[in-house]
Write a protein that binds this ligand. Structure first.
Ligand code: ZN
Length: 258
C-alpha cells in the first residue's frame, strides 16, 4: 500500500523513483517500476511511502520501450494499483497545470502537499479529480453490457460517464443509462469506488435495476449493447478495473455493498 503522508516529505530527496514518459513507465530491470535513487533528480515530486521508503515520481519524455500504464496496472500485484494511480495522476497534473488558469503566470509547486500556487494572483491548483459513475444495470439474473467503439474487439463492459456540475451521483446513473442505452432504471445502490488514472477519473460504482428492457443505443458513445447471462458472457474488462469487480460480484450472486 502507498502511505500518503506527504507532509513529512517536504525536505526528502532520496528513495524510490518512478519515471513516467509520454507513452509508458520505465522498468526497474526487475519487472517493477520502483527505482532506488540516492538522490532524486530535479523536478521529482514526492508522493508518499512504499513500505516506509519515500517514493517520488518524475515526468520525462521517456522512450518507445517503456511499457504503457495499462500493462503495469495489469502486471503488478493489486496493492500496487494505488501507487501507480497516484503517480500517473500527479505527473498529469504537473504537466497540465504549469501555468495559472486565471492569469497565465508560471505556477510554483509547494513541497509537502499536492498544491501549486500562482505567484502573481495567488490562484491555487490541486490535482484534478473527475468524478464519474460506473454502473452495472441488471434485470433479474441478466446483465446489461455495452461496448464503446474505443474498446478492443469483442469486449463489452458496464456503462460509465462523468457527473455533471450540480448533479448527484445517483442522478448521473439514471441520466447516463438513459442517454446511452435508452433504459429507465429503478433502484440504484452504491457498490464501491476506484481512482482510475486514465487520466484522472474517480469512479463511483453502482448497481442499477432496470425498469424497462428495450435498448435504444446512442450509436456514438455506445456502438452495441445487449442483455447477457452468466453462461453466455462476451469479452469482459480487465480484472483490475471496478467494472470487472461489479460484474464478478454480481455473478457471485451478491449484488450488495462490499
Ligand atoms: Zn495567476
Amino acid at each position: 500500500m502507498l502511505t500518503r503522508d506527504i507532509r513529512t516529505l517536504g525536505n526528502c530527496h532520496e528513495g524510490y523513483l518512478i519515471r513516467i514518459g509520454e507513452h509508458g513507465i520505465a522498468d526497474n530491470g526487475q519487472g517493477g517500476v520502483l527505482q532506488p535513487r540516492a538522490r532524486w533528480p530535479d523536478g521529482a515530486i514526492a508522493i508518499g511511502y512504499w513500505h516506509e521508503v519515500p517514493v517520488a515520481v518524475l515526468s520525462e519524455p521517456g522512450d518507445e520501450h517503456w511499457l504503457p500504464a495499462r500493462h503495469w496496472l495489469g502486471a503488478l500485484p493489486e496493492q500496487s494499483f494505488g501507487l501507480l494511480s497516484t503517480a500517473l495522476q500527479i505527473v498529469r497534473w504537473s504537466q497540465d497545470h504549469r501555468f495559472c488558469g486565471r492569469c497565465g503566470t508560471r505556477m510554483r509547486r509547494r513541497s509537502g502537499e499536492f498544491m501549486m500556487a500562482c505567484p502573481t494572483c495567488s490562484f491555487r491548483s490541486y490535482p484534478r479529480i473527475s468524478p464519474c459513475i460506473i454502473t452495472l444495470v441488471t434485470w433479474r439474473d441478466q446483465l446489461l453490457l455495452a461496448r464503446s467503439p474505443r474498446f478492443p474487439t469483442g469486449r463489452f463492459s458496464t456503462l460509465a460517464g462523468f457527473i455533471e456540475p450540480g448533479e448527484s451521483a445517483e442522478e448521473a446513473v439514471r441520466r447516463e443509462v438513459f442517454e446511452e442505452v435508452g433504459v429507465r432504471v429503478g433502484r440504484v445502490s452504491y457498490f464501491k469506488s476506484q481512482s482510475w488514472p486514465m487520466p484522472h477519473s474517480f469512479m463511483m460504482g453502482f448497481y442499477a435495476e432496470a425498469a424497462s428492457r428495450e435498448l435504444h443505443i446512442d450509436g456514438i458513445e455506445i456502438e452495441a449493447a445487449d442483455w447477457f447471462t452468466a453462461d453466455q458472457l462476451p469479452g469482459l474488462p480487465p480484472s483490475y478495473s471496478i467494472s470487472s469487480a461489479l460484474i464478478e460480484n454480481f455473478l457471485r450472486g451478491s449484488a450488495v455493498r462490499e
